[in-house]
Design a protein around this ligand. Structure first.
Ligand code: ATP
Ligand code: MG
Length: 327
C-alpha cells in the first residue's frame, strides 16, 4: 500500500516553484489510500522567524493547501509542531546520523553561508527531522521538487541504518518529482532555484501576488542579449525558465512555444507568460480569499493533527521498543 507524505515550510508566501514543483501534484496523490500533507513549521524555525509572521504564514499555507484542491475528507492536513512525535523521532534520527553526512548537505551549505559563528544547529539537523516526518507514517512515496533529492537519499540511508541495527521497521521512501517543473528558477538569477525565503521580491512569483505584480516581475525577469526564443537551459537559463513556466501554465510544449515565438522578442514572451500565470492563479486566489478567515480552517487542522497523532504515536512506540527505550 502506498503511503504518501510531503511538507512545505511556512517560511513565506508560496512561490510558483512550490506550486509547479510540489503542491499542484499533491492533489493527485491524495487519491492514494493514505496521504499526509504537512505544514512543517519546525523546519521553518531552523532560520529565524518572526512569531506573528510564522503564525500567519501557517494559516495562509493551510488555506492554500485547500485552495489548490486538497480535500480533508481524502487526506490528512496538519501542522508539524502539533504532533509531538515529529520532534521525538527526529531526536532518535539524530542519534543515528553522522555529522559528516549532515555537513555535506547542499541545503545546509547554502543556508549556513554568511552566518559566520551563528549557524543554528537546527540547520545542520534539518535532515534527521525531515526523515522523522516521513518515517513516522511509514511513507513510501514523497512528492517533492528536484532540490529535495539529497534529503530523500539521506532519509533512505537513515531508515536503512535503523532497520539494520534495530530490526526492519521502515520502508525506504521513494522520491516522486514531476517530469517538468521540478525546478523553477529565480527570475533574477536563473542559475538559482526560485525560493520563497528569497529576500529579493523580484526573484519570485508568489501565489498571492496581484496581476499587476506578476506582470511587473515577469517583465523584469533576467534573460540574455541574444534575443532568440529557444529552450536551452545551459546557454539560455532565463528564457528557458520563462518557456518552462509558460508551458506548464498553458499545457503547450516548449517546442510548440519555440515555433510560436519565432522571430518575436522577449517582451512578447514575458507578457504572455504573465497572462498564463495569472489565469492559473486566479481560481486559486479566489478560493483562498474565501477560506482564509473561516474557522473551518482551524477545525480541519485540529482533526488532521488528531489523525496524524494516532499513527505517529504507534510508530514511536515501535521505535522505542526496538531501541530499548521502554521498560
Ligand atoms: P525556503 O526558501 O524557505 O527553503 P522553498 O521555496 O525552498 O522555501 P520549501 O518549503 O523548502 O520551499 O519546499 C516546499 C516544496 O517545494 C518542496 O517539495 C520543494 O522541493 C518544492 N520546491 C521549492 N522550490 C522549488 C522550485 N524552485 N521549483 C520546484 N519545486 C520547488
Ligand atoms: Mg527549501
Amino acid at each position: 500500500m502506498a503511503v504518501v507524505f510531503s511538507g512545505v515550510q511556512p517560511s513565506g508566501t508560496l512561490t510558483l516553484g512550490n506550486y509547479l514543483g510540489a503542491i499542484k501534484h499533491f492533489v493527485d496523490y491524495q487519491e492514494e489510500e493514505e496521504s499526509y500533507f504537512c505544514i512543517v513549521n519546525q523546519h521553518a524555525i531552523t532560520v529565524p522567524q518572526d512569531p506573528k509572521q510564522l503564525r500567519d504564514n501557517t494559516r495562509s499555507l493551510a488555506a492554500l493547501y485547500l485552495a489548490v484542491g486538497l480535500d480533508p475528507k481524502k487526506t490528512t492536513l496538519f501542522v508539524q509542531s502539533e504532533v509531538a512525535e515529529h520532534a521525538q523521532l527526529a531526536w532518535v534520527m539524530q542519534t543515528i546520523s553522522y555529522v559528516g553526512e549532515l555537513e555535506r548537505m547542499t541545503q545546509f551549505k547554502e543556508k549556513a553561508q554568511n552566518r559566520g559563528e551563528s549557524i543554528p544547529a537546527g540547520l545542520l539537523t534539518y535532515p534527521p527531522l525531515m526523515a522523522a516526518d516521513m518515517l513516522l507514517y511509514k511513507t513510501t512515496d514523497v512528492p517533492v521538487g528536484d532540490d529535495q533529492k539529497q534529503h530523500i537519499e539521506i532519509t533512505r540511508d537513515l531508515a536503512g541504518r535503523f532497520n539494520h541495527r534495530f530490526g526492519e521497521l521502515f520502508p525506504l521512501p521513494k522520491m516522486r518529482t514531476p517530469k517538468v517543473g521540478a525546478r523553477i528558477m529565480s527570475l533574477q538569477d536563473p542559475t538559482k532555484k526560485m525560493s520563497k525565503s528569497d529576500a529579493n521580491q523580484n526573484a519570485t512569483i508568489r501565489l498571492l501576488d496581484s496581476e499587476k505584480d506578476i506582470l511587473k516581475k515577469l517583465k523584469r525577469a533576467q534573460t540574455d542579449s541574444d534575443n532568440t526564443i529557444r529552450f536551452d537551459k545551459e546557454n539560455k537559463p532565463g528564457v528557458s525558465n520563462l518557456l518552462a513556466i509558460h508551458s506548464l501554465c498553458t499545457g503547450k510544449t516548449t517546442e510548440q512555444l519555440e515555433q510560436e515565438y519565432m522571430g518575436k522578442g522577449y517582451g512578447h514572451l514575458k507578457v504572455d507568460t504573465a497572462e498564463a500565470v495569472i489565469e492559473i492563479l486566479r481560481p486559486i486566489q479566489a478560493r483562498y480569499n474565501e477560506l482564509i478567515s473561516t474557522s473551518e480552517l482551524d477545525l480541519i487542522l485540529d482533526e488532521g493533527a488528531a489523525k496524524a497523532r494516532e499513527v505517529a504515536s504507534r510508530t514511536m512506540k515501535e521505535v522505542e521498543h526496538a531501541m530499548g527505550l521502554r521498560r
